[in-house]
Design a protein around this ligand. Structure first.
Ligand SMILES: [Cu+2]
Length: 109
């Protein structure tokens, strides 16, 4: 327990956890800006909020936008949620524009 903590602290202190060279990026610097446009992905539905018009998913990697994670998205039209249920596997398209993202297409697999 104590050893693990010490190793963690050492790791943080020397930046050994990061695989990048020490001089490549400033810690906390923003990543490359994301371009406005459509991004396609797929995932498994974990929660749906019909009133808010949102859907939470365990989604896979969305190239150019974000890595795999569980998160909630808003849909451009609540009708997209019709017929979609928790546990469904879905394909989706996200429109990323000006720092916001919205699902514009949602299809059950
Ligand atoms: Cu995400």
């Amino acid at each position: 327990m104590k050893t693990a903590l010490i190793l963690l602290l050492l790791c943080m202190a020397f930046g050994a956890c990061a695989s990048k060279p020490a001089n490549s990026t400033v810690p906390g610097a923003p990543a490359a800006p994301i371009k406005d446009g459509d991004y396609k992905g797929s995932g498994t539905v974990t929660k749906i909020n019909n009133e808010a018009g949102s859907i939470e998913m365990d989604h896979g990697d969305i190239p150019g936008l974000m890595p795999a994670m569980r998160m909630e998205f808003y849909v451009s039209d609540k009708a997209l949620l019709d017929g979609i249920g928790v546990g469904d596997s879905v394909d989706f398209t996200i429109l990323y524009k000006g720092g916001t993202e919205k699902i514009t297409k949602l299809v059950k697999k």
